[in-house]
Design a protein around this ligand. Structure first.
Ligand code: MG
Length: 223
């Protein structure tokens, strides 16, 4: 059973659904030669894709091109359906950092053939996540920095102020179609700089405050 951990709490939450937002930063949409969406684009990963601090991402033999996508993560603490935008952030238990690991070659092939992304995005170990900072300790989740270092060199670095769709809009939009449950997670999309993560690489992902305090961090390696 995959669990989510709120920093300062001893009670883990069982992870339910994992929503991943595609193209939520204009600069990433551009690097993928994709249009900026008019409504949020999202897909699901299974909870069996989750790994945590110090664990290993295993590249399936079907792929020759694993990519990293650093993303702020949102942990849902209170479920609901048809959640209003104005009330949406009250459903959030915490914020963290995660990696939407992607088999880019498998995804490109699926895109070309009009097939689903499930294998490219949902394989075992494809969803490394950090622990979550309680939401009441974050005054504004749209002022935070996401930063990914690979083998000590920065690869991706942006701020959540660049989101195309803010967290309240994402929750309101998704909840029209999917009932949120306590323990659901949202990966909020990646900024530009996605690139290959090869066997032996060490990835360090961080969520930083505007004053550069590390709020959440995650270290994983690739095998
Ligand atoms: Mg992504």
């Amino acid at each position: 059973m995959a669990t989510a951990h709120l920093i300062g709490s001893t009670e883990p939450l069982e992870i339910r659904k994992i929503f991943c937002i595609g193209r939520n930063y204009a600069d990433h949409a551009k690097e993928m030669n994709a249009a900026i969406p008019e409504a949020p684009v999202f897909f699901l990963k299974p909870s069996t894709a989750i790994i945590g601090e110090g664990e290993v991402i295993r590249i399936p033999s079907i792929s020759k091109d694993l990519h990293h996508e650093i993303e702020m993560t949102v942990l849902i603490g209170r479920g609901g359906k048809n959640i209003l935008k104005g009330n949406a952030l009250n459903h959030v238990a915490g914020y963290g950092i995660g990696l939407d690991m992607t088999l880019r070659d498998v995804q490109s092939d699926a895109k070309k053939k009009g097939l689903p992304w499930t294998l490219a995005k949902g394989f075992d170990t494809s969803a490394p996540i950090s622990h979550f900072v309680p939401a009441d300790e974050i005054s504004d989740p749209h002022t935070l920095e996401v930063k990914l270092d690979v083998n000590g060199a920065t690869r991706q670095h942006s701020t959540t102020s660049n989101f195309i769709f803010k967290i309240d809009e994402l929750i309101a939009y998704i909840s029209q179609f999917f009932t949120f449950e306590r323990g659901d997670i949202i990966f909020t999309g990646t900024p530009e700089g996605v690139a290959t993560a090869a066997s032996g690489d060490r990835l360090e992902a961080r969520l930083l405050s505007p004053t550069q305090t590390v709020l959440a961090s995650l270290r994983v390696s690739v095998q």
